[in-house]
Every structure is written in structure tokens, then in C-alpha cells.
Design a protein around this ligand. Structure first.
Ligand SMILES: NC(=O)c1ccc[n+]([C@@H]2O[C@H](COP(=O)([O-])OP(=O)(O)OC[C@H]3O[C@@H](n4cnc5c(N)ncnc54)[C@H](O)[C@@H]3O)[C@@H](O)[C@H]2O)c1
Length: 348
């Protein structure tokens, strides 16, 4: 008789539908706040993680990446793509899924959609970093690039940094119209801007979140005044940057994992030994974040594996005793671990 899968065969799977139920039932902003706390906790224990720049497979149109990391208890990885041309063809620019496993026996303990979760973790990381680097009393943020990540960034900066005024600009006015409608519905004061220069006027934080497979110049040097915090999200691949090099030379540059950021971030435009500040040390209080009101701070964000690990860990905790997951018959688990073939034959 065909044997039923053993209980050990099942892995909790969070589908897109269940992720959306989970986030909506928690509330997007409380979810972002909880997620940021997890990300911060893991940054603060940085030396405990195995780290490597992500493994990228580049093609003419985009990139597919694997992002692994582990601590003593858990191993995690994310599969993620980045294809700027996708949007015009009706596909997402960025899609992802990920796995969290037990280091003790190697069994996965969670398989999850991570397209929605990546937007949330990227936003939570940006706003968490904003707490250390944004000028005191900031309430207005410029957002250049109003695609899929945009609203998540705005909500994270509201819940973590107190931003409630937004100045939006995108080369595609339809993107700005979409983001403005979504964000006004969330209670933001929104100004639609006709170019990048007007977007940055009066903003204390500037988020660049565009997608283009080239050395783009979303911000020129004259657009960046003293005291600004730049949250640069979209320069995250070799040959794909957003800021003019001169801005980098005037900024204090904060990074996740220098070995990866030097390959993928804005700083690929600089010498290999240009000084950067590691965020985990700022979060541990070992080096200062923002020092004064005139300093230009730059978060050269590329997205690092530990942030995805934190996100998976967070979701794994939230779904316990809930119905926000399905049990996936993912692992072959014969009664006698050596009798894999016997299990196959009994199923015939
Ligand atoms: N750092 C990270 O951790 C991280 C995480 C996720 C995504 N990303 C990156 O963030 C970027 C945005 O992702 P998304 O999912 O929102 O992409 P998306 O394609 O949904 O949106 C990108 C937007 O940028 C706009 N744009 C392109 N060129 C522009 C320009 N010159 N000026 C103004 N607007 C311009 C497009 O019209 C589009 O609306 C991508 O480059 C992606 O790779 C980074």
C-alpha cells in the first residue's frame, strides 16, 4: 500500500496569498516595525553570521541571484531576480522566494514567497538605517522612482522615522500617479513633481529607487545640499548605479557588507579602498552614525543576505500556531532513512 508522507516530510509554505493575509492582518506598519527590529537584532550580532557576496548570474537583460547566510542554528537563502525591462512586458522587475533551514539536520523549516517580503525587508532596512542617519526632525522625503518598492519605503519611513510628507518623481507619470494615489490613501501629504530637481526641494531625505541597467545619473551633485540623507536603493548591480560620482566624494558612505557593495553598489564608481562605514558597527554603537547637521550621509543599499534571513526568521515566528501557511510535501522521508528506493517502489 502507498505509504502516507511522514510528518517530517512536510515543510511550511507561505504563498503570496498567505503572505498578504499575514501582512494585512498584522497591519503593514506594525509588520515593518517588527521586521526592522529583527533586522537590527541580526545586524547587532553580525560576527555570528557566515557571509559571502551574493552569487549572481548576469545576462543581457538582468540578473538572477542566490543570497545565502547562516548562523549556528539556521541557514537561509533567497532566490531573487532583477530585470529592469520586465515591467514594460508586464512582469515584475524583482521577484523572489526563500528558504530557512535547520543547521542541525539540514531540513528546511520554511519555504516562503519573498517578492512581497523583499519589498518589506528592503523598506524596513532603509528606514532602520534612516533612524541612525537621517537629520533630526526630518519630516519630508523625496522619492525618485515610483515603482513596486516605492510605497513600502514610504510606509517604513513613516513608522520608523516620522516622515509624512512625500515628493514623488518618476520618468513615467503613470508610476507617480499610481504611487500618489496609494500613498494619499494611506494618509501621506503627497506632492507630484515634474522632475528630479523639484522633487528634492525641501526634502531632508532623498530615496532613489529607479530601475535601469546602466550607470544612470538620477541625482547630480548640485541636487544634494548639506545635511541630506540619501537612501540609494536602485544601484545594486555591476554597471547599474544612480548617483553622480561627485556626490559620493562629498558623502559619508554607509554600507551593509563592503565586499558585496564594492561589486554592486554606488561605490563601484570609487577606488577599491575608498573608506566606507559598516552599518553593523553603527548599530552596535561602535562607530557614530550621523555626527552633525551638515553632514551628507549615504546609505549605499544593495540588499544583503542577513536581511532576508531576518525576514524569514520573522515570518517563521509569526506563522506559528496560525493558518497562514500550507504544509508542503517537500522532503522524501522514508521510515527507514536508508530505504529511499523501497519507498519509491512501495509508491508504485
Ligand atoms: N537595495 C535593495 O535591497 C533592493 C531591493 C529591491 C529592489 N532594489 C532595486 O530597486 C529598484 C526599484 O525596484 P522596483 O521593484 O521598484 O522596480 P520597478 O521597475 O517597479 O520601478 C522602477 C521605477 O523607476 C522608474 N525609473 C527608471 N528610470 C528612471 C529615471 N531615470 N528617473 C526616474 N524614474 C525612473 C521607472 O519608470 C519605474 O517606475 C530596482 O533597481 C531594484 O533592482 C534594490
Amino acid at each position: 500500500m502507498k505509504p502516507a508522507p511522514s510528518p517530517l516530510a512536510y515543510v511550511p509554505f507561505v504563498s503570496v496569498d498567505n503572505m498578504m493575509r499575514l501582512v494585512n492582518s498584522t497591519g503593514v506598519e506594525p509588520f515593518l516595525k517588527g521586521l526592522a527590529a529583527c533586522i537590527e537584532e541580526d545586524f547587532k550580532r553580525w560576527p555570528e553570521f557566515g557571509k559571502t557576496p551574493r552569487v549572481a548570474s548576469h545576462s543581457r537583460d538582468g540578473v538572477i541571484e542566490l543570497m545565502p547566510t547562516a548562523d549556528a542554528e539556521h541557514y537561509g537563502f533567497k532566490y531573487v531576480n532583477g530585470h529592469p525591462k520586465n515591467m514594460k512586458e508586464g512582469y515584475q522587475t524583482v521577484t523572489a522566494f526563500g528558504v530557512l533551514s535547520s543547521v542541525a539536520n539540514g531540513y528546511p523549516i520554511l519555504l516562503s514567497e519573498m517578492t512581497v517580503l523583499t519589498a518589506l525587508r528592503t523598506a524596513a532596512t532603509s528606514a532602520l538605517v534612516g533612524r541612525y542617519l537621517a537629520p533630526r526632525g526630518a519630516d519630508c522625503m523625496a522619492m525618485i522612482g515610483n515603482g513596486a518598492q516605492c510605497e513600502f519605503q514610504a510606509l517604513a519611513f513613516r513608522v520608523l522615522c516620522g516622515i509624512n510628507k512625500l515628493r514623488l518623481y518618476d520618468i513615467d507619470p503613470a508610476a507617480t500617479a499610481k504611487a500618489a494615489a496609494n500613498l494619499e490613501a494611506q494618509g501621506f501629504e503627497v506632492v507630484r513633481c515634474s522632475d528630479g530637481h523639484s522633487a528634492v526641494e525641501g526634502a531632508q531625505i532623498v530615496t532613489t529607487c529607479t530601475a535601469d541597467k546602466q550607470y544612470a545619473t538620477i541625482l547630480t551633485d548640485n541636487m544634494v545640499g548639506a545635511g541630506i540623507h540619501i537612501n540609494a536603493i536602485g544601484g545594486d548591480c555591476p554597471g547599474k548605479t544612480e548617483l553622480h560620482r561627485d556626490i559620493l566624494l562629498r558623502s559619508d558612505i554607509f554600507v551593509e557588507y563592503p565586499e558585496q557593495t564594492r561589486i554592486e553598489g554606488e561605490i563601484q564608481q570609487l577606488d577599491e579602498d575608498h573608506p566606507v562605514i559598516e552599518l553593523w558597527q553603527v548599530m552596535r554603537g561602535e562607530v557614530p552614525g550621523r555626527r552633525d547637521a551638515k553632514q551628507i550621509t549615504l546609505f549605499d543599499s544593495v540588499g544583503f543576505a542577513t536581511e532576508d534571513f531576518s525576514a524569514l526568521r520573522y515570518v517563521h515566528g509569526l506563522i506559528k500556531d496560525s493558518d497562514y501557511f500550507q504544509k508542503l510535501d517537500l522532503l522524501a522521508d522514508p521510515d527507514d532513512p536508508r530505504d529511499l528506493f523501497g519507498m519509491l517502489m512501495r509508491a508504485g
